[in-house]
Write a protein that binds this ligand. Structure first.
Ligand code: CU
Length: 285
């Protein structure tokens, strides 16, 4: 009974996916900032880069669909027209110059129409605009450390997953953290991503972020959030037995709320410059 109902729901989901695909990606169950039950599509994009990634994805789906339908039509035509009964004496034709030129050039053209928007998207991701805010993000086994850089900030804190028993209402399981990364709305946030021990990957679907966190290397990426709210992501590199338990939560707030949070955070969290001064004083004593 249970299997039957799951099967029915899967079939319904597939039908819905087919219809939604025909109408464009937007109609698919998606979720904003976090996954939804029975989600089929990617999470709703909340930055320009993420939106362009979705457009590119939809473009590829149309191209793949056209190629698949063409190959299917050719296979059916061959099976019907050239089977032993319909065509008892096979032709001995081995070459057709026009056909060979066509099936070389057409795939090249398809690759070109894929490559152009692909390179445009890569450029958009890799060329980081002037940043309003720089946050160094370090992956550890198994939590993230966020360090707010610059004269206006200068503090760091750890973000650990909230255990299931401690979840507050509205906090999603395996995604909520005790300390969120807080950023202001409509500002360019540059992330410097590294790791302290093993490979991790910083990924947040709604902002189109996914970048490796490699010990000894500083990777950079950026995002510009377009709507207030809380957005969740996860480590996306199989880093060890705590891999599913190091979520990422980014809270996007208004500029005033950010200024208030910043003042509070400076008091609450370890000052990076202050800590070094204490260390120096201790070692020279
Ligand atoms: Cu990890």
């Amino acid at each position: 009974m249970r299997i039957e109902s799951v099967g029915q729901r899967s079939a319904l989901g597939l039908v819905a996916a087919g219809i939604a695909l025909a109408c464009g990606n937007a109609a698919l169950a998606a979720g904003t900032g976090q996954p939804e039950p029975w989600q089929i599509a990617m999470q709703n994009p909340m930055s320009e880069v993420a939106r362009d990634m979705h457009l590119f994805h939809t473009w590829l789906v149309w191209i793949i669909t056209a190629i698949t339908l063409l190959v299917l039509a050719l296979l059916i035509a061959i099976a019907v027209k050239f089977n032993e009964r319909a065509n008892p004496v096979p032709t001995r034709t081995t070459h057709n110059t026009l056909l060979e030129v066509a099936w070389t050039i057409v795939p090249v053209l398809i690759l070109v129409v894929i490559a152009i928007p692909s390179f445009r998207l890569l450029r958009e991701q890799l060329i980081i605009p002037p940043a309003d805010l720089v946050i160094k993000t370090t992956g550890n086994s198994w939590y993230w450390t966020y360090e707010y850089l610059g004269e206006q900030a200068g503090f760091r804190f750890d973000a650990n997953m909230v255990q299931q028993n401690d979840l507050k209402p509205g906090q999603p399981r395996l995604l909520a953290t005790d300390n969120d990364m807080v950023v202001p709305l409509n500002k360019v946030v540059k992330l410097q991503v590294t790791a302290s021990d093993v490979l991790h990957a910083f990924a947040l679907p709604s902002f189109g972020l996914k970048i490796d966190a490699v010990p000894g290397r500083l990777n950079e990426t950026w995002f510009k959030p377009e709507r207030e709210g809380i957005y969740y992501g996860q480590c996306s590199e199989l880093c060890g037995n705590g891999h599913p338990y190091m979520p990422i939560a980014i809270r996007v707030v208004s500029e005033q709320a950010y200024a208030a949070w910043l003042a509070e955070a400076k008091q609450k969290f370890a000052s990076t410059s202050g800590r070094d001064a204490v260390k120096l004083a201790a070692s020279t004593r």
